[in-house]
Write a protein that binds this ligand. Sequence first.
Ligand code: NDP
Ligand code: OXD
Length: 308
Amino acid sequence: MALLFYSREDDPVAWKAALEARLPDLEVRIWPDLGDPEAIDTALVWRPPPGLLAGLPNLRAVFSLGAGVDALLADPTLPAVPLCRMVDPSLTRSMSEYALALALFYHRRLDLYEERQRRARWEMEMPRPAASTTVGVMGLGELGADAARSLVAHGFRVRGWSRGRKAIEGVASFAGGEELGAFLEGLDIVICLLPLTPETENILDADLFARLPRGACLVHLARGAHLVERDLLDAVERGHLRGAVIDVFREEPLPADHPFWRHPRIRVTPHTASYSLPETGAEVVADNIRRLREGRPLRHVVRRERGY
Ligand code: NDP
Ligand code: OXD
């Protein structure tokens, strides 16, 4: 049996080689060269066109190249086979690195110096210790928990918000909608690492921004549809938020005429916070294929009823 690989963004040749090195008997077929669809029993995909997977009659499992599976779950024709998301050390480390880098960007006031440089102003601010900055991480899953640990290790004061309460050393845990207000109160920097579900869509809105103190910064690394873009523009323009770094957008690539591109206090990065390397990600997929073959439970299976 064969695995179908589909991604417009990942290198199919590198993934094929990494998978075949681990499972020499696995035939990897790269879209659009499907061959006989009946011979395909697994698929490794990133944002496949709706209906593609439904055309594989003998599919037994779908493996996502991404940690977030919102786009897959939005396909009403997605076959009712186990869907496993990507949980991979390289993905986790690169996300934590990005979250830490951006927390440091605001903590060390690099946004202020950028602006002063444009006006040739030599004016320094006395650096403050990391412990004087409170960073809140929304979502304490594989990525959020590791990011929170990196922030703690650097010395920041760290809070985390999730559905259930967590015990992560050095992280104050807040759980559920009823504790969101207390989580947000007094944050200097909020980092969003939530999955996109019906409950979290549009969560970064005027109401949430109003619960942050004046001068807080947003680092949004999760999904475009979490953010109400108009509300962010308004909060930044009124000076309620000091600034934002946004990595994910409702429309990707971000259209050239989008106001975020040219806003002096909104920084845009092209959905680049984190990625899975074939060298490590292929091992995660190969492990699940071995489990599937041997009838053992798969790892990182998405719970469809909760959407992540
Ligand atoms: P996980 O599924 O491991 O973690 C999700 C976390 O969010 C959990 O802590 C969960 O709480 C919490 N959560 C879910 N729903 C709610 C809710 N309604 N209220 C409060 N907390 C909630 O996901 P990952 O950490 O692996 O990934 C997170 C997201 O990061 C992905 O879904 C994707 O959108 C994004 N991402 C972005 C990338 C980029 O390059 N920009 C790269 C990779 C991922 P609990 O633990 O209690 O269930
Ligand atoms: C992911 C992503 O979900 O890259 O892994 O956004």
